[in-house]
Design a protein around this ligand. Structure first.
Ligand code: ASP
Ligand code: MG
Length: 473
């Protein structure tokens, strides 16, 4: 059986939902799936704005936006549900959720403070509403389905906003709550992203957390596939907005996918990988607008990988913008021990996470996200040596398992970058990526040249697909 997760753009409108229903129905011919949904696109952002307005005593504004939540979902109900009685029932359910949302707005307004706990409650309405409507629409289309409140299953710790599951409890709950529904042959429809503490407070697992939910449920169920349905043709060789010749990658190993996610590719939440890797369940990234395109499968399964072995070096190029380089130099470093501990403890105290590092005897260069705290951090580092901060830079990483045994690849990379000002270089310890830093303005040129260097041969059939033509919108 498959766990099928649909992202916000795949359930954001009535026509997107209809398309998702067709995809679920197709899968249902093979085995009953478990369907995990995100909120309709834009809804989580809207709920966050509502929570902020409530916390800042902008009551009218918050209530007006809650009205927009109501309108969006009621119109989905009207467009999707044909049976009059069912339509009335679902309209009432939507009304109940939005009434709760409005009560929460008023409560937070009265208390005058938005806590992490109430923030998660605000966010949860997006997934609760999308799944309620989707489950009813499935039934309306004649499929036997069961809406399940995932909070009965996804029992988490108390880290509101970044909650993590209490796995032993969850596995038991999955057997009790979800398994019997599957065994009856009914399609389960449930929420991504949200969970609950043991004492019943709603939690969320971080933005984009629905992929994680799908992977977790997949790992607790006897599933043979986790399908992530989105609005692009799987994982691409690079950002197609930057390089029109970008292709869709047919197969990635788990380590390549995790590396890409960490290095800035936006397709997958990095944590998605972990539960799937543990159980060796392949993760498919698919395009709900083009369900027949092949998409990308992420797996270490030698059966699937066989026949797709790829002689090239690079699978994908990832870009992370909004970075800055911190260059640090101190003669005190020469022949000293313990200096770097002191140096990095400054970052630890400031809560700044370091991405790429390169060191020599007397200097360290590293990249961090360019945020407000950088100036203060630089000032503190200035007491230990000379500091210089370069803003508006991006890291570009070239990723592929075959880089491990490659010869001459750095030569190819850097000769294709000959007219680009490379500010910093690092070969990841994972040996499957080579990363470097360029000025943001140089990113398109760098990526185009690299793509041309590594992806213009004809030896890649079966491994990369040309992007499918999108139907005219
Ligand atoms: N709706 C949540 C978000 O927008 C979770 C998700 O879509 O995965 O972050
Ligand atoms: Mg997502």
């Amino acid at each position: 059986m498959a766990v099928m997760k649909f992202g916000g753009t795949s359930v954001g409108t009535a026509s997107a939902m209809k398309q998702a229903i067709r995809i679920v129905a197709e899968e249902n011919k093979k085995a009953v799936p478990v369907v995990v949904l995100s909120a309709c696109s834009g809804m989580t952002n809207l709920l966050i704005r509502i929570s902020e307005a409530a916390g800042e005593s902008r009551l009218d504004e918050a209530m007006q936006m809650a009205g927009d939540v109501r309108l969006h979902h009621l119109s989905l109900v009207d467009e999707l549900i044909t049976d009059a009685q069912r339509r009335e029932r679902v309209r009432q359910q939507v009304e109940e959720y939005v009434t709760k949302l409005e009560l929460l707005v008023k409560g937070v307004d009265i208390v005058g403070e938005l806590t992490d706990r109430s923030f998660d409650s605000f966010c949860s309405f997006g997934e609760l509403l999308s799944t309620t409507i989707f489950a009813a629409a499935l039934e309306d289309a004649g499929y036997d389905s069961q809406w399940i409140d995932v909070r009965r299953v996804m029992v988490t710790d108390r880290h509101f906003g970044t909650a993590r599951p209490l796995e032993a409890v969850c596995e038991k709950q999955v057997q009790e709550v979800i398994r019997p529904v599957i065994d009856e042959g009914r399609i389960v429809v449930t929420q991504g992203f949200i969970g609950s503490t043991e004492d019943g407070h709603t939690t969320t697992m971080g933005r984009g957390g629905s992929d994680f939910t799908a992977a977790l449920l997949g790992s607790w169920l006897p599933s043979d596939a986790i399908q992530i349905w989105t609005d692009v043709d799987g994982v691409m060789t690079c950002d197609p907005r930057m390089v029109p010749e970008a292709r869709s990658i047919r197969v990635l190993t788990f380590s390549e996918a995790a590396e890409l996610a960490y290095l800035g590719a936006k397709v997958l939440h990095p944590d998605t990988i972990a539960p799937a890797v543990k159980k060796n369940i392949p993760v498919y990234v698919l395009n709900s607008h083009l369900p027949d395109a092949k998409g990308t499968v992420i797996t270490d399964d030698s059966g699937i990988l066989e026949g797709m072995s790829y002689g090239g070096l690079v699978k994908s190029i990832a870009v992370k913008k909004g970075q800055c380089i911190v260059n640090f130099r101190s003669n005190r470093m020469l022949g000293q021990h313990g200096f770097l501990t002191e140096f990095f403890s400054v970052f630890a105290r400031a809560g700044v996470s370091v991405d790429m590092i390169s060191t020599s005897e007397v200097s360290v260069s590293l990249t961090v996200s360019d945020t407000d705290g950088i100036e203060q951090l630089a000032e503190e580092l200035g007491r230990m040596g000379e500091v210089e901060v370069e803003h508006h830079v991006a890291t570009v990483s070239v990723v592929g398992d075959n880089l491990r045994m490659s010869r001459g690849v750095s030569g190819r990379i850097f000769s294709s970058l000959k007219d680009v000002n490379v500010r910093m270089i690092s070969q990841g310890a994972s040996e499957i990526n080579v990363g470097f830093v360029v000025e943001e303005a140089d990113v398109p040129k760098a990526v185009r040249n690299l793509h041309h260097e590594f992806f213009s041969g004809d030896d890649m059939q079966g491994i990369f697909d040309r992007p499918a033509q999108h139907p005219a919108e």
